[in-house]
Design a protein. Structure first.
Length: 261
């Protein structure tokens, strides 16, 4: 896929993102109460409380608490669990793993779940998995109603994201930029991140715990990356790719939540 083709398709898919500079009144923020989970999450997981965010003109509600990785899964993380590293930008195990397909990212989550269950740190009722798109966007916004978690001004992105403007055409070790309001790092830029959902245009209605269509051709990834301008890294920006494909600007982070049927 050429850069020009990627940009043209991206423009078609980005849609309208709200231009409000206000913050949500009474927005939830992560707390320290972990009783609802009765699990011992991986280090550097952040509990995300249930709540609602505004996508374009419609509310999207996430009715359950969940945990989300503070960082994108690194090459070292991936190597430890899977015994291999598919990445293009090697040489530093703290760089995010990339060139990883949706299928392989799912396999990582499944293997991690089995390991943590065997160690007694999560029960059979919980699983590590990719976040659903609504979970990802809600966590990225961290209570904000802006285009980005840091506001509406793309020029502020240099402090929060590795994008085409400052990446020197490469990924960078995770956690070097500023976090969002809930402590999550690299939600904008570095690598795009796989979500569980199959792709479809955003429904023009209010949604509760959306999980995307039952099936389709492509899986969603979000967040922008090192090879795209910061304008493509907005909270509701998205793109899609075949679940069997991996490319050097797409990685992932893991969620922990009760297993769904």
């Amino acid at each position: 896929m050429t850069r020009i083709t990627f940009l043209l398709i991206s423009l078609l898919l980005l849609g309208c993102e709200g231009s409000s500079t206000s913050k949500s009144e009474g927005a939830s923020s992560p707390g320290s109460n972990t009783a609802a989970f009765e699990v011992s999450p991986l280090t550097n997981m952040i509990r995300i409380p249930a709540g609602t965010f505004q996508r374009i003109r419609f509310p999207v509600t996430v009715t359950h608490d969940f945990w989300l990785g503070k960082y994108e899964v690194t090459q070292g993380d991936f190597q430890k669990v899977m015994g291999k590293n598919p990445s293009h930008f090697i040489g530093d195990s703290n760089r995010p793993v990339e060139k990883v397909s949706f299928v392989l990212a799912n396999e990582y989550c499944a293997a991690l779940t089995l390991t943590e269950r065997a160690a007694g740190r999560i029960s059979a009722g919980y699983q590590y998995r990719l976040p659903y798109e609504a979970e990802w966007e809600y966590a990225c916004r961290a209570g904000a109603t802006n285009r980005f978690s840091f506001g509406d001004t793309p020029t502020l992105g240099d402090s929060f994201a590795w994008t085409a403007e400052n990446s020197d055409a490469s990924t960078h070790p995770v956690g070097l930029k500023r976090p969002n309001a809930w402590g999550l790092m690299d939600m904008h830029g570095n690598v795009w991140e796989w979500c569980l959902d199959w792709f479809e245009p955003y429904p023009a209605k209010a949604l509760i715990d959306p999980t995307g269509p039952a099936t389709s051709k492509y899986k969603v990834f979000k967040g922008g990356g090192w090879n795209q301008d910061v304008e493509y890294a907005g909270a509701s920006s998205r793109f899609m790719m075949s679940p069997s494909n991996g490319i050097h600007f797409v990685g992932f982070r893991v969620a922990l939540a009760p297993a769904r049927p």
